[in-house]
Design a protein around this ligand. Structure first.
Ligand code: NAP
Length: 248
């Protein structure tokens, strides 16, 4: 189950490995996902029951939940469905970002806390939380908003005067600094996704002394958990060896 850097890395590792026949599952949110080197299936399953049916119908022997740390619903469904279908499941959860010297971070429990955090005088805000979250956040008017997303946001859901910027990571530090400077941004809003691909904006904010409103992660999925694709491959290799020893 993908939609993350780790899922793409695992798909690459499994593609050339004769022990496995892998399928990458994507929600289908982005209109032009990169073609993976393994089989691809697109779209939701129809909740836990749909995923249980899918696991049974396809005879899937192992499920790796490599969805994004903020894809809480899919992660919960994957854990529940794997248990019901008795399919071994592992979740990849990359470590969150941690504040460093010079960071000016305010931690928010979720995106609904943004409206309160942005109460007060006008600010110039860079939102790097994706269009879905930006639409959910009920952003208060009166600020300048620059909203970066992979897919264009629905203009009806954005506050007046918001500017849309399309972009897909990874982002380079020099470009992030240019962006923050050229739009005279004084507040960066980000989700604590962790990982390298989108970390440059936080480094740019630190270097420019810009305040960051950082949205905390939803609760982690149940164990077992690993931090990266390499550890997930090791888990799959162990599972494969056990099954081979049992003659399955
Ligand atoms: P979500 O709220 O946890 O999931 C909503 C529904 O989308 C799920 O219940 C499931 O539908 C479907 N779905 C999600 N991931 C799927 C997958 N890999 N394969 C098939 N169906 C999937 O997820 P989200 O936050 O909208 O994220 C959607 C996708 O974008 C995820 O795959 C995630 O890895 C990726 N992504 C998310 C973020 C983020 O910040 N949330 C950032 C980058 C990438 P059914 O209930 O019908 O099965």
């Amino acid at each position: 189950m993908g939609g993350s850097t780790e899922a793409s890395a695992l798909a690459r590792a499994l593609a050339g490995d004769a022990r496995f026949a892998a399928t990458l599952s994507l929600a289908g949110r982005t209109s032009a996902p990169a073609t993976p080197p393994v089989a691809l299936r697109l779209g939701g399953f129809g909740g836990v029951a749909g995923l249980v049916d899918h696991l049974r119908a396809t005879g899937i022997a192992a499920l790796v939940d490599a969805t994004h740390p903020f894809a809480a619903r899919m992660r919960a469904h994957a854990a529940e469905a794997a248990e019901q279908a008795r399919v071994p499941r592992l979740a990849i959860l990359r470590p969150p970002w941690r504040a460093e010297l010079g960071d000016r971070w305010t931690h928010l429990a979720d995106s609904t806390a943004l409206a309160g955090a942005l109460a007060g005088p006008p600010r110039r805000v860079f939102l790097a939380i994706g269009q879905q979250e930006a639409a959910r956040a009920a952003l208060p008017p009166g600020h300048f908003y620059l909203i970066r997303s992979i897919e264009p946001p629905d203009p009806a859901l954005l506050p007046p005067g918001a500017r849309s910027l399309l972009g897909r990571g990874p982002f380079a530090l020099a470009d992030e600094i240019d962006l923050l400077r050229s739009h005279r941004i004084d507040t960066l809003v980000a989700k604590n996704s962790g990982g390298a691909a989108t970390a440059a904006k936080l480094e740019a904010a630190r270097l420019l002394g810009i305040e960051v409103l950082l949205i905390a992660r939803p609760p982690a999925p149940p164990p077992p958990l690993v931090a990266d694709a390499e550890a997930a491959l090791a888990w799959l290799a162990r599972l494969h060896a056990e099954r081979s020893a049992r003659g399955v």
